[in-house]
Design a protein around this ligand. Structure first.
Ligand code: SF4
Length: 356
């Protein structure tokens, strides 16, 4: 247990989930962790949690863990550039309270964290996708990592690992089984409860990236581990032979950003100093929002100080025409060239993967 360890107020378990061994294991873990309100439902429908306004509905949902069976549509692996070849979801939702949460607007309904009980079925889909990825296969920087599978697109899997054990099962499966070719499991986290992972037979096939940021941006990250605790966890995993990484996101040009990001890179350098055969990557993602995510976030955090001003942004259209508000080109260029230089000088051991 660490300071940021999450304990839900209630756990709802659907009937089908309770019939599966992994679902029952999650129930046992929740009880052992001290959750008193564990409800075994008679059907597979989650009840409405209530809440009179977005803020109270949010609070009820964020204190609830649901144990459910992922339907076939959620089990279908999807390409997820530029992070990885494929997305594999062990859960959906996250117990933390980041005021810029990248899940806002992409999940339907109240933000209940859902852990999937049919983990074996989900992981059984992996071998059919090995060798078929478009992002890393064949690229010079990442081709040697094999086909990559991203487990943190819709959740922070480490934030609920003490209650699910799903991540340990996935890391062990990737590390010990022949999945039909070179593979890498990947996930990003803002939590630090890595001790159960240290002795797993990961075989270097899981890359754990820590989402880190400037001190002024960390203020927006409620319910997560503090930055120094994340970096300490990163150092421990690297010493245990895991490939590790930084997801510096969302990058924001806050006041004093150069000094704050420089301090961050220096702290990372100190955290990995002396790690033998360090394998460290860096993924850099600037802040963006969509009309939908802004609306959802303002419902959840009505008094947020997070800048989401369309007039200060440039519109970018996604593949299907969806609008994103990103920083204008001069700001992007300034940030990008600063990070290029700062990474090269302050953290030369990090392999840069992408900027977006
Ligand atoms: Fe959202 Fe990630 Fe923060 Fe969880 S840790 S609230 S998924 S941004």
């Amino acid at each position: 247990m660490t300071r940021s360890t999450w304990l839900p107020k209630r756990v709802l378990v659907t009937r089908s989930a309770a019939e599966l061994p992994h679902g029952r294991q999650i129930v046992d873990r929740c009880a052992a962790a001290g959750v008193e309100d564990v409800q075994l439902l008679r059907t597979d429908r989650l009840p409405s949690l209530g809440g009179d306004d977005p803020r109270s509905a949010y609070a009820l949902a964020k204190s609830t863990l649901a144990v459910v069976v992922a339907p076939p549509s959620k089990r279908k692996l999807q390409p997820i550039p530029p992070s990885a070849d494929w997305r594999v979801d062990l859960a959906e939702g996250c117990p933390a309270h980041c005021q810029y949460c990248y899940l806002a607007g992409s999940l339907g309904g109240p933000p209940i964290t859902r852990a999937y009980a049919n983990l074996d079925e989900i992981l059984d889909a992996v071998p059919q996708h090995v060798g078929g990825g478009a992002v890393t296969s064949g690229t010079e920087e990442r081709g040697h990592e094999g086909t990559t599978f991203e487990a943190s697109c819709y959740t922070d899997p480490l934030g609920i690992e003490h209650l699910t054990g799903s991540l340990s099962a996935a890391i062990t499966r990737f590390g010990t089984q022949d999945l039909g070719g070179p593979v890498q499991l990947r996930f990003t986290t803002k939590f630090d409860g890595v001790d159960p992972l240290l002795a797993l037979p990961h075989n270097g096939r899981t890359r754990v990236r820590f989402s880190v940021n400037a001190a002024s941006v960390e203020r927006f990250e409620g319910g997560t581990a503090r930055s120094q605790d994340r970096l300490s966890a990163l150092g421990r995993l690297a010493s245990a032979g895991y490939p590790v990484g930084l997801t510096i996101a969302p990058i924001m040009p806050v006041e004093g950003w150069r000094e704050e990001y420089a301090a961050l890179l220096d702290a990372v350098s100190a955290a990995v100093a002396g790690v033998p055969q360090l394998d460290l990557t860096a993924e850099l993602i600037t802040h963006r929002f969509t009309p939908k995510s802004k609306e959802v976030l303002l419902g959840w955090y009505p008094r947020t100080k997070l800048e989401m001003d369309e007039d200060l942004r440039r519109q970018k259209r996604g593949k299907f025409g969806a609008v994103k508000h990103v920083y204008p080109a001069p700001v992007m260029n300034e940030l990008r060239s600063w990070f290029d230089e700062a990474l090269a000088t302050r953290l030369p051991e990090a392999r840069f993967l992408y900027w977006t």
